[in-house]
Design a protein around this ligand. Structure first.
Ligand code: NAP
Length: 289
């Protein structure tokens, strides 16, 4: 299988490693290619440059995974440029070259605007209040309107090695519990990569999958569990030290599980326990989780 990972970064590199182990030929596309896993064919291309993409995409692709992300401090223009214009350029480049790989897009549970703790799944309305969520919805529309076989994979908040911001907040006593119930939905990086690999190996795909672990969890519960894991006092109630993204909803991963996927980390408990026992709560300041 020949696979191109556009935005071969945190999740993309883990996916690349999995695919290489399966014997695939993997192309890693990003602007800076110096830190790609060994064995990945580097493609130093900026997806904002439509012509460079058209010239630079490899021949005979079986699949393309769009996993690019905006960097720190991104503004609304950056979101639109990357997820909407960037995806449009990728689709146009494939179509102009007459290539028809299966196209997976890493979307987000930020497409949901629901904020009353309700359960949501692939059939739920997607009317987000946030600009970033609306960009994801627009990107998903582009995806479903194109002539290729496509699939949007809606990830919850991604955590894992080097993405342990919440652990550090709790360890340093900076995290605050809220007096308002707020459900959060997560997925470990290794599950993100394994989900994408699983889907690439499916004979047929649904147009969309919600990709979160089995346990949507109140943010306060997660904070208290992390405190217990770290052996520090439970965070006090107070103004949020960290913004919690999106509305309070519970994302249902039933379709993904019915496709045969088995989570490596079924909840934040297993995922964070593994991170703490591996002693990896070394973080960059703006890591998301
Ligand atoms: N983080 C979360 O909690 C979360 C939640 C839901 C969904 N997602 C989605 O999941 C996907 C994977 O996330 P991630 O954390 O693995 O992303 P990431 O590592 O932060 O970024 C992926 C890569 O995108 C590349 N990129 C950015 N702009 C580019 C451009 N103009 N041209 C080419 N490459 C570009 C970057 O490399 P260069 O800078 O070298 O170009 C980076 O390595 C993303 O689509 C993200 O939106 C993330």
């Amino acid at each position: 299988m020949n696979v191109c990972i556009v935005g071969c970064g945190y999740v993309g590199s883990t996916l690349a490693t999995l695919l290489l182990e399966q014997g695939a030929c993997v192309f890693g596309l990003r602007r800076r290619v110096d830190h790609l896993p060994i064995g990945v064919e580097p493609l130093a291309i900026d997806i904002f440059h439509a012509e460079a993409l058209r010239r630079g995409l490899p021949e005979a692709l079986d699949a393309l995974v769009f996993a690019a992300a905006v960097g720190r401090g991104a503004d609304q223009g950056d979101y639109k440029r990357l997820y909407v214009d960037g995806l449009r350029h990728v689709i146009a480049a494939l179509e102009a070259r007459g290539q028809r790989p299966r196209l997976l897009f890493t979307s987000s549970t930020g497409v949901y605007g629901q904020d009353d703790h309700r359960w949501v799944d692939e059939r739920s309305p997607t009317e987000p209040a946030s600009f970033s969520g609306r960009c994801m919805v627009e990107a998903e529309r582009l995806l479903s309107a194109c002539s290729l076989e496509t699939c949007a994979v809606r990830f919850g908040g991604i955590y894992g090695p080097d993405r342990t911001f919440l652990l550090r907040q709790v360890a340093q006593g900076q995290a605050k519990r809220s007096d308002v119930l707020h459900y959060t939905n997560r997925i470990h990086r290794d599950d993100c990569a394994a989900v994408l690999s699983h889907l690439l190996n499916q004979r047929t795909l649904a147009p969309c999958y919600v990709a979160v672990d089995d346990q949507p969890a109140p943010h306060n519960d997660v904070l208290c569990y992390l405190a217990e894991l770290l052996g520090v006092a439970a965070p006090e109630v107070g103004p949020r030290a960290q913004r919690t993204r999106g509305g309070s909803k519970r994302c249902n991963n039933r379709l993904l599980r019915e496709s045969g996927y088995q989570l490596i980390y079924p909840s934040y408990r297993e995922g964070y326990r593994a991170l703490v026992s591996a002693d990896v709560p070394k973080t960059r300041p703006s890591d998301v989780d």
